[in-house]
Write a protein that binds this ligand. Structure first.
Ligand code: ATP
Ligand code: MG
Length: 496
C-alpha cells in the first residue's frame, strides 16, 4: 500500500475540520475523494502534502509511519498536489513557478534561466497547454493558473499526485488533457487522488471512491459498485433527489434590453432582452465571450457601440458603481479574485456591497450586519463557525457561496450569474438554483452563464447561445443537448 491514512484529525482553533479521515491508496490507483463543501477533503490532502500537521491519527507511507513537517518533506517522497486555490507566485513567470523550490542550477548559487525556460516549454508543449513559459502568472486566467499548477505537480509528483478539483475552471479540451494525464500516471504506477464534485465525468477514470462527511470517512468502495445516488446519499447523509425542476413563470415587463452591443475586440452586434421572472441561460464554449458580455454590461469593460436599456430607460454604464445604481448585479466567475476579500469576516463580505442597509448615519450597525448575514448563511447553507470568521478560512465551495450572498443583498433587478455552480457540491447547487428562482419570483431577471449542459437543460426558461463573440441563437426552454452544441460549436441556426 502506497498511502494509509487512519482516523486523521485536524482542528483549527475551535473548528474541527477533520475528526476521522481514513483513506488508502495503492500505486497505479485513481482514488476519487468526494464530499460536500466543508467536509474536510482539502484539509486531509494538505496533511498528505505536508502543509498541515495532523492532531491525531496514523499516516503511513509504504507501510512506514511518517511525519511530514513541511511541503518539502512531501516532495522528497514524491508527493505533489494541484491546489484548489492558486498558490503560485503571481509576479514570477510560468517557467519559474513550475520549477519554484526545485530550480535546476548551473553551479553553486546560480539559477539556469535558460534551462528552466526550455524545460518548462517542453512540458507545456507535451500537453498542448495554451501557455508560454515566459508569461507572468498574474496575467493568466483562472484556467491558465490551474494548468501551471498541473505542470508543476507533474514535474514533482513521482509517487503520488493529488488533484484538488483541477478541472472546475478548465475548458472541455483542457479537461480531457487532464484526464489523459491521469490515465498516463496510472499506467506508470503513480497513485492519484482526485477530488471532484462532478462524479459523472470521473466515473470512467476512477478505481475507488472515498466519501467524507463532516470530517469523517463514511464510505470507501470500488467505484463500479457504487451508484451515483448512493454516493450522493453518503455525502449528504440523507436521501436526495438530484434532479431539480423549476416551474416557469409568465414573463413580466422587459427589464434589460441590449441592442447591437459591441465590445472591441471580441463582442460583435449582440441583441437580446430579459424579462421580469425569467431565468435565461447563456451557453457557449470557453472563449465564446460570455464572461466578457457580463463584464461589459456591468461596466467593467468599455462598450464600443450599441445601447442598453434597464426597465425601459436608456442607461450609460461605464463603471460597476453605475451598473449597481442602474439595478444590475454581477456574480463573477473568478470569485476568489474579484468576489471576496479573504482577510475580512464573512459578515463584512456579505454586506460590503450593501452598506446602506446595515448602517445608520454612516456608522456600521453590527447587529444589522449580523442578522443580514445570518440570513444568507442559512439560506445558502454556508458552513462556518460564525459570521465573524474570516472568509479566507472557509472551504473553497463555501467561499463561493459567500461571494454569491454578497450580491444577493443588493436590491438589484437584473442578476448576471457567471458560472454560479462552479465548485459547489450537489446539495448546494440546488440551493443556488432555488435562490435564482426566488429572485425571479420576486420580479428580477436572471442571466445564468453556465458550461454545464445538464443544468442548462434543467433550470433556464430559454437559452441564448454564443460563439466567437456573437449570439448564434436563442432556444426555448428544455432544448436538447445537441441543439445547444450545434449553435455553440458550428454554424448559425438555419433560417426558419
Ligand atoms: N486554515 C483554516 N482555518 C480555520 N478553519 C479552516 C481552515 N481550513 C479549513 N477550515 C475549516 O475546515 C472545514 C473543512 O474545510 P476543507 O477546506 O477541508 O473542506 P473541503 O471538503 O475541501 O470543501 P470544498 O468542497 O468546499 O472545497 C471547513 O469547515 C473549513 O471552514
Ligand atoms: Mg476544498
Amino acid at each position: 500500500m502506497l498511502l494509509q491514512l487512519q482516523q486523521m484529525e485536524k482542528r483549527f482553533g475551535g473548528v474541527t475540520a477533520l475528526r476521522s479521515g481514513t483513506l488508502t491508496v495503492q500505486s497505479g490507483e485513481v482514488h476519487l475523494l468526494m464530499g460536500e463543501n466543508g467536509a474536510g477533503k482539502s484539509t486531509l490532502m494538505k496533511i498528505v502534502a505536508g502543509m498541515y500537521q495532523p492532531d491525531g491519527g496514523a499516516f503511513l507511507w509504504q507501510g512506514q509511519p511518517v511525519r511530514l513537517t513541511c511541503p518539502a518533506d512531501a516532495s522528497a517522497l514524491g508527493i505533489a498536489m494541484v491546489h484548489q486555490e492558486s498558490l503560485l507566485a503571481p509576479h514570477l513567470t510560468v517557467a519559474e513557478n513550475i520549477f519554484l523550490g526545485k530550480l535546476p542550477s548551473s553551479g553553486p548559487g546560480f539559477v539556469d534561466r535558460r534551462r528552466i525556460q526550455a524545460e518548462a516549454a517542453r512540458l507545456i508543449e507535451a500537453h498542448n497547454f495554451p501557455l508560454q513559459a515566459d508569461w507572468r502568472v498574474d496575467r493568466l486566467s483562472p484556467a491558465g493558473k490551474q494548468l501551471v499548477e498541473i505542470c508543476r505537480a507533474i514535474h514533482r509528483g513521482s509517487s503520488l499526485l493529488i488533484f484538488d478539483e483541477p478541472t472546475s475552471s478548465l475548458s472541455e479540451s483542457e479537461t480531457h488533457e487532464v484526464f489523459r494525464i491521469v490515465r498516463t500516471l496510472r499506467e506508470r504506477g503513480t497513485g492519484v487522488i482526485y477530488i471532484t464534485h462532478r462524479l459523472e465525468e470521473l466515473r470512467s477514470l476512477g478505481d475507488r471512491v472515498t466519501v467524507l462527511r463532516d470530517g469523517e470517512t463514511v464510505h470507501t468502495a470500488p467505484l463500479a459498485e457504487c451508484s451515483t445516488e448512493a454516493i450522493i446519499q453518503h455525502m449528504v447523509g440523507r436521501p436526495v433527489t438530484a434532479i431539480y425542476t423549476r416551474e416557469s413563470l409568465p414573463p413580466g415587463e422587459e427589464l434589460l434590453r441590449v441592442d447591437h452591443l459591441s465590445v472591441a475586440p471580441l463582442l460583435k452586434d449582440i441583441s437580446f432582452s430579459l424579462r421580469a421572472g425569467e431565468i435565461v441561460g447563456l451557453a457557449g464554449l470557453v472563449g465564446a465571450g460570455r464572461t466578457e458580455l457580463c463584464r461589459a454590461l456591468f461596466g467593467l469593460d468599455r462598450i464600443t457601440s450599441g445601447s442598453v436599456h434597464v426597465a425601459g430607460r436608456p442607461v450609460s454604464i461605464r463603471t460597476p458603481r453605475q451598473a449597481v445604481a442602474a439595478g444590475l448585479a454581477l456574480i463573477p466567475e473568478d470569485r476568489q479574485r474579484t468576489g471576496l476579500t479573504t482577510a475580512l469576516p464573512i459578515a463584512h463580505n456579505i454586506t460590503l456591497a450593501h452598506f446602506d442597509e446595515v448602517s445608520r448615519h454612516g456608522f456600521l450597525n453590527r447587529a444589522a450586519e449580523q442578522s443580514v448575514s445570518q440570513k444568507f448563511i442559512q439560506q445558502l447553507r454556508i458552513k462556518c463557525e460564525s459570521p465573524r470568521q474570516r472568509a479566507g478560512r472557509l472551504s473553497g465551495g463555501n467561499q463561493q457561496k459567500v461571494a454569491i450572498a454578497k450580491w444577493l443583498v443588493k436590491q438589484a433587478r437584473v442578476f448576471l450569474f457567471d458560472e454560479p455552480t462552479r465548485g459547489i457540491d450537489v446539495g448546494a447547487k440546488v440551493e443556488v438554483f432555488e435562490t435564482m428562482d426566488a429572485l425571479a419570483r420576486a420580479g428580477a431577471a436572471v442571466l445564468m452563464v453556465s458550461s454545464e449542459l445538464p443544468e442548462l437543460l434543467q433550470v433556464p426558461d430559454r437559452i441564448l447561445v454564443m460563439r466567437q463573440g456573437t449570439l448564434t441563437g436563442s432556444l426555448p426552454g428544455r432544448p436538447t443537448q445537441e441543439a445547444i452544441m450545434r449553435l455553440a460549436a458550428f454554424d448559425k441556426e438555419p433560417a426558419a
